[in-house]
Design a protein. Structure first.
Length: 100
């Protein structure tokens, strides 16, 4: 540990923990990949639901197959791609500002 490297007699903290809102930012930055993987799983389940024919006729039927999407599934994919790009860009900007 750093206490031994710094030749300290007692073990002490050698880092400063974040305070207030920065705790949330630090948590999101540390766990950004698992959080995004969970959101991808939620997105896939929403995509499957749009073609399941289990909801309203307007929203869950006639949206094509899994590999050949139509109507709402195509719109869903486009919106998800835009949101995904925006979220990753925002995360990277926050990471750069947090580290700098």
């Amino acid at each position: 540990n750093e206490s031994g490297i710094q030749c300290r007699q007692e073990v002490t903290k050698t880092f400063k923990e974040p305070a207030s809102m920065m705790v949330v930012v630090d948590f999101l930055l540390c766990y950004r990949v698992p959080i995004m993987l969970k959101l991808y799983c939620l997105t896939i389940s929403g995509y499957i639901y749009l073609g399941s024919s289990q909801g309203d006729d307007i929203t869950t039927t006639h949206n094509g197959t899994f590999l050949a999407p139509k109507w709402l599934r195509i719109n869903f994919l486009q919106y998800v791609a835009l949101v995904d790009a925006a979220v990753w860009a925002l995360i990277e900007i926050v990471l750069i500002l947090y580290v700098a």
